[in-house]
Design a protein around this ligand. Sequence first.
Ligand SMILES: Nc1nc2c(c(=O)[nH]1)N[C@H]1C(S)=C(S)[C@@H](COP(=O)(O)O)O[C@H]1N2
Ligand SMILES: [Mo]
Length: 320
Amino acid sequence: MLINKPADLRPSEITDRRYFERRRELLKGGAAAAVGLAAPGLLALSPAAAAKIKFEQLKRSELSADEELTPYESVTSYNNFYEFSTDKKEPAELARNFKSRPWTITVEGEIGQPKTFDVDELIKLFPPEERIYRLRCVEAWSMVIPWVGFPLGNLIRSLAPTSRAKFVEFETLHDPERMPGQRPSLFGGSLEWPYREGLRIDEAMHPLTILAVGLYGEELPGQNGAPIRLVVPWKYGFKSIKSIVRIRLVEQQPVNTWQAQAPGEYGFFANVNPDVAHPRWSQARERRVGDFFKRPTLPFNGYADQVADLYRGMDPRKLY
Ligand SMILES: Nc1nc2c(c(=O)[nH]1)N[C@H]1C(S)=C(S)[C@@H](COP(=O)(O)O)O[C@H]1N2
Ligand SMILES: [Mo]
């Protein structure tokens, strides 16, 4: 029997341990001064070479869920990230040394001027806050994660989209040297690269939709989509594309990776819906990672009050 598997650790233990580790790291790096001076939401860049970026004095968003957090160890050791592995345990190890800086992200298409941002410049332009959101995978597991991020809508609005900007398309880095899951294999590749996702423009502009750059107050670990990923809390997890290098505003509805891979199983909207079963399993219940019992899945992952209006008049069968 597995007694000390990460999912069994309680959040309080994690917090204590992480706080301690953080203290130790800071003392070692002599970074206490830099951290003390950091303004809300700004980066605290530690002089220690390998030190992680911390987000100091984060404001907590009112859009946060009021639920028990999934422990850091679980959030960072049970991941779907096919660029590293199709196994959920392996990305933690394989992405541990993923080099996520320097990193640029290009926004192009139906906007005034295409623009390429350095990710840290982007974070300075749009200071992040803490947002506690649920993430629910189609495979019926879920987590509650304190993301650090900023609304995608703020970025899009600042770039003056044209009236033809009806959808937003996202692309992950394609670099088989850094992402071993992208290397051709004898068994054929797992997916078509780069990983792509899309949102309708009103979904992209919704205040719940964020670009996340951290979790638990620190920069995103490689396995969670460093250095910048989408989080769309009312949709199945595959919509929350990781390690984004390109955002394109387009007129036509884009095709996302999973839809291209298995059109009968994954759609474009992918709103969490307990009443619509995946062709191979029910979606009515989910297991919060670390829990023993399953719990009922809520329509729109519990965000129906905020987002159901976006889909008035649409056939919920198409929302898978
Ligand atoms: N680029 C990329 N993004 C991705 C994936 C992936 O394989 N590649 N997996 C998706 C799926 S299916 C889920 S459930 C979430 C998991 O995010 P997490 O590992 O941070 O919990 O990431 C999504 N984003
Ligand atoms: Mo997923």
